[in-house]
Ligand binder design. Structure first.
Ligand code: G3P
Ligand code: MG
Length: 383
């Protein structure tokens, strides 16, 4: 019975994709004149739930991405990854993606949720800031140019008893750089007992929620000096606001937006003034504008002698396709950003519906990222 059900589901999925592809052909793929040398379109790929689940490629992503390169390995179609995730510098993520997908991805093609933090360097250049999240949040910020940055692990380690539950945490911490972590613990690099934290940046998904909620409430309600009475809240930034996202587990996992809700609710209960914060990441239209600019630079690098297209006034692309799995984030972002953005929703992540999302409908719904590329290349007359 179970086998029959899954066979039926597979047959339905295949029929659906065929119908959509045919529908797309009929609707949108009427004529193909010779494709222009310089593509008039670009593509932005979401990562979690479209390209990867955890660290495993999904939806035929390696073959889909390879179709955007010529046989000699040069980039044929301008594309980038536009993810709300992060936690490592863009060049590291580019290497990891190159390895997983079998193509050469450049750091310029990776836009993380935290990439716009670069624009805040001038404001916080010499201030003590705290970076929160999995991976290497402090290295990310240091690479952007922030000079005085401590990860929340490091910062907390200098305050004895700041986390009353620490003695009960039996798991191992800081495996790869445990030695550095311990030596910095003995000699704080900055005078964290005198110098106020001037900014808090949530770079990636927080790891130790309990400790982080406590320490962030301390920093934010004391004016950046835990244990020293109340003070004005330093600025707080989140690199994304995803309530849930698709990781390796079969159902969605709580994301940075869930952590933000937890922090905000608690902070507002224990303080008289409500928490103030700024969130980046999709669906913020600023992120899409920034991605369009990056794609333009990528296409200029691909065709250094070509002139920008005359017929499009505000932007150089007639279409930029966003391939995403999360209607509330990826598709909503495209709806907010407007032309030249166009959305393609896959069924490999947060969205699993039969038709389209009722609240944030995509321009096209397909099963996988490979199906999405087939539709796009056909529409754009690329063989
Ligand atoms: O933590 C990652 C998550 O928030 C979403 O990543 O690639 O689906 O935008 P992505
Ligand atoms: Mg996603």
């Amino acid at each position: 019975m179970r086998g029959f059900r899954s066979a039926l589901a597979l047959a339905r999925a295949a029929a659906r994709t065929r119908a959509e592809l045919q529908g797309t052909r009929g609707r949108r793929l009427s004529h193909c004149a010779a494709a222009p040398a310089r593509p008039s379109f670009g593509i932005a790929f979401d990562i979690d739930g479209v390209i990867l689940r955890g660290r495993s490629p999904i939806g035929g992503s390696p073959q889909a991405i390879r179709r955007l390169y010529s046989d000699d390995g040069t980039l044929k179609i301008p594309f980038l990854f536009l993810t709300n995730g992060g936690g490592v510098p863009e060049h590291k993520r580019a290497l990891e993606l190159s390895d997983l997908l079998g193509v050469n991805i450049s750091p310029a093609q990776v836009v993380h949720g935290h990439s716009p933090y670069r624009d805040l360097v001038k404001r916080f250049e010499d201030d003590l800031i705290v970076a929160v999240g999995k991976g290497e949040p402090a290295s990310v910020m240091a690479e952007y140019g922030f000079r005085k940055v401590l990860s929340i692990d490091d910062y907390s380690s200098h305050f004895k008893e700041i986390d009353p539950l620490a003695p009960f945490k039996k798991w191992k911490v800081g495996q790869p750089d445990c030695k550095d972590f311990m030596s910095e613990k003995m000699h704080p690099p900055y005078d964290v007992y005198q110098e106020r934290v001037k900014g808090v940046f949530v770079v990636s998904d927080p790891v130790d929620w309990g400790r982080d909620l406590q320490v962030l409430c301390d920093i934010l309600s004391t004016g950046g000096l835990p244990g020293n009475g109340k003070g004005d809240q330093p600025p707080l930034y989140f690199s994304a606001d995803d309530l849930e996202y698709q990781a390796a587990f079969p159902s969605e996992r709580l994301g940075m937006g869930a952590f933000r809700i937890a922090l905000e609710s608690i902070f507002n209960q224990v303080n008289d003034v409500p928490l103030k914060y700024t969130s980046y990441g999709k669906p913020n239209p600023f992120v899409f504008k920034n991605a369009a600019n990056i794609l333009e630079k990528i296409v200029m690098d691909m065709y250094p002698n070509s002139q920008p297209r005359n017929e499009v006034q505000d932007h150089q692309f007639s279409t930029i396709y966003m391939i995403g799995d999360n209607p509330k984030v990826d598709i909503n972002g495209v709806l907010k950003a407007g032309p030249p953005w166009s959305s393609v929703l896959t069924r490999t992540g947060v969205f699993r519906g039969n038709d389209n999302d009722p609240k944030f409908p995509a321009d096209l719904v397909v099963d996988t990222v490979d199906d999405a590329i087939s539709c796009i290349l056909e529409k754009e007359c690329i063989r």
